[in-house]
Write a protein that binds this ligand. Sequence first.
Ligand SMILES: [Zn+2]
Length: 390
Amino acid sequence: MSGDSREAPTVDGGGNGVVTESVKPNFQVNMSVASSQRLRLNPNKDHKPESYEDLQLDFAPSVFSSLERYLPPSMFSVSRDDKVKFMREILLKYLPHGERTRVQRQREYRQKIISHYQPLHRELYTLHAATFFVPSFIKAISDNTEESLRNIMSEPSPGVFTFEMLQPHFCDMLLEEVENFEKWVDASKLRIMRPNTMNKYGAVLDDFGLETMLDKLMDGYIRPIAKVFFPEVGGSSLDSHHGFIVEYGEDRDLDLGFHVDDSEISLNVCLGKQFSGGELFFRGTRCDKHVNTGSQPEEIFDFTHVPGRAVLHRGRHRHGARATTSGHRINLLIWCRSSVFREMKKYQKDFSSWCGECIREKQERQRLSIAATKSMRHSYYQCKDLDEKL
Ligand SMILES: [Zn+2]
């Protein structure tokens, strides 16, 4: 009985020097769970965790399901709400104070919206592949081979992948849902947060209940692609997202200047409406250090949006949107992030394998060193010639 209930009082990082925080859930869940309860060192593989999919939580439902196996045995029998409370406290302890406050505020903000907003199309809030995606996309994902993905993909410029993804009916429903949400925002006089500093017009989908659905979309449909085409920027470990809608129109264009996204991988799909202009232009992938350097001719690429057709690119791929010359265009954007990649990047040396300018600099250094070696050899043989003549 006591054999496998070893507790893990602290995670001191052992020899790896990365994790230094302690895991000490020193709060009280209820009277039956003592404050000294700690996580187990090894997961209980026989325990079948509960599903947390239906809850609006500040960490992905799968994180709770995974963590549940590490709960102290006495906690398996407490209610799901108590488990959530216990695990959430532990997870929050890993976040720095500022981040914890931000997560808390975001949760309250979302809760406030979700508890008052009446969705128009409930079917959008649970991922249903057959109604969301075109058959070719579903098949490529379910075959899940590099070849099946390459078959539906075109790469018109290095690092820019495009493919047919969303059903017209799904695009229409999402457009109507966003419109419905905007109307509700106006009527309720609620001040909502816009997706980012660049877009005054747009809504964060995660804020009004679509977070869990978009998480599933990232887990099941974006990550498998990113794993194949973007392994160098954490494509296989994408674990959080920011999903939003941006609206462009002749009356609404702001500064759509050139930028990089706060993401490892960005998915951009036009949902439609009638429009002309508004091309998405790309100018090569750059690291922080090289973000303002010039573009090579082969990095210059313009993409014309087609409703339902997705564009997938690295967040560090510099891009912008040209003015929409007529009509109105609405795009769905999902910025996918990898916490592992971000952590690893802190320890990374100068060179980024995915930065066009880093690659160019490296090739230039190699070229110079080859040239130097050649010229040394050349002078050596000239001297040797001279020696022999003398
Ligand atoms: Zn660079």
